[in-house]
Ligand binder design. Structure first.
Ligand code: NAP
Length: 307
């Protein structure tokens, strides 16, 4: 099926273009971007023009940062196209609800993707945890923003989420693997004195079974990233590392191999199923926790940040 990719920047080039190229379900039929393009693919700079000139393209994948994404998503849905959204699905919960309502009205599919949920070991981690009593869960998500978002000022502008841009990946795994929902009870948010979003955060969560659940986010970690969820239960321990790519259960590595390889190939396989079934997948749980952190978090001032 023909698909258009919108916002040809870091994630489009790193992940979306190769995943579409390797997929039997999809053909990259157009790009829309003010500066970016993909060799051999018709390139548009105006979204409305692409929608008008290419009625053959029924599906649009939006890889823009969250703040500008709503206008594009709304336009695509109004034009009867199915839409895939990069994470986070929007800059606010309300605009995500509005998109879902619009998609239902227009009868099109809408997919809020969470790429980290497609990491190799997430399904095994979820199954392992399903029948155990949680005692402690500690998320440690530390990386170097200069390595992962080089020069991307939007991450430090209001709506760009700051350190919650990677942190929401951890929350997407948390909300997938936990058998019961948690909710945020407090957060310390460290805002660089010259920026609009936090560069580090500590979050604490209420768990209905009384387990200790916490999250430590830092965007100034030098060297290799730490993307880890450590879990203690009444029946042993689990360590999910590499953003869900590596799993230790009671100190033993899980070496089972999943079928289709890669987070983005799985997202596009899921999109094909959603579109053919005319379904909507708009789980906003990870974004809700981030919104709660901004609602309830204490604002602390950190040193100025420059690239
Ligand atoms: P990016 O490279 O900064 O932006 C993607 C493209 O969006 C830009 O190249 C730009 O293309 C277009 N764009 C930016 N601002 C725009 C605006 N105001 N209006 C219209 N178009 C605009 O960002 P990214 O790293 O690819 O991230 C995009 C999304 O993917 C984010 O939601 C992010 O959380 C998610 N994501 C990123 C990563 C990562 O490793 N970076 C990983 C997973 C998910 P033109 O200038 O050509 O229009």
């Amino acid at each position: 099926m023909e698909i258009a990719l919108v916002g040809i920047g870091k994630i489009a080039v790193d992940q979306h273009v190769p995943a579409i190229a390797d997929s039997a379900d999809w053909e990259l039929a157009a790009t829309v971007s003010r500066h970016g393009s993909v060799e051999g693919v018709p390139a548009y700079t105006d979204f409305g023009r692409m929608l008008e000139e290419r009625p053959d393209i029924r599906v649009v994948s939006l890889c823009l940062p969250p703040v500008p994404r709503f206008d594009y998503a709304k336009q695509a849905i109004m034009a009867g196209r199915h839409v895939m959204l990069e994470k986070p699905p929007g800059a606010t919960l309300s605009e995500c609800h509005a998109l879902e309502a619009l998609a239902r009205k227009q009868g099109v599919s809408l997919y809020a993707t969470w790429h980290s949920r497609q990491a190799d070991k997430v399904p095994t981690a979820k199954a392992w945890l399903a029948k155990k009593t949680l005692r402690r869960l500690t998320i440690t998500w530390r990386e170097d923003v200069r390595q992962w978002h080089p020069g991307q000022d939007w991450v430090f502008e209001a709506g760009g989420l700051g350190v919650f841009d990677p942190g929401i990946n951890a929350l997407s795994i948390l909300t997938e693997i936990l058998p019961v929902p948690v909710h945020l009870t407090g957060a310390d948010l460290h805002f660089p004195e010259n920026r609009e979003t936090p560069i580090a955060a500590i979050c604490r969560f209420y768990h209905p079974g009384g387990a200790e659940v916490s999250m430590d986010l830092d965007w100034l970690e030098p060297g290799a990233p730490t993307w880890t969820i450590a879990i203690e239960t009444d029946q042993g321990t689990m360590l999910l590392e590499n953003g869900g790519g590596k799993l230790m259960m009671d100190g033993k590595a899980d070496d089972s191999l999943p079928g289709l390889a890669g987070e983005y190939p799985r997202l596009y396989a899921e999109l094909a199923k959603l579109v053919s079934g005319g379904r909507i997948d708009m789980d906003l749980a990870p974004l809700r926790h981030v919104a709660d952190a901004f609602l309830l978090g204490r604002r602390l001032t950190a040193p100025a940040f420059e690239w």
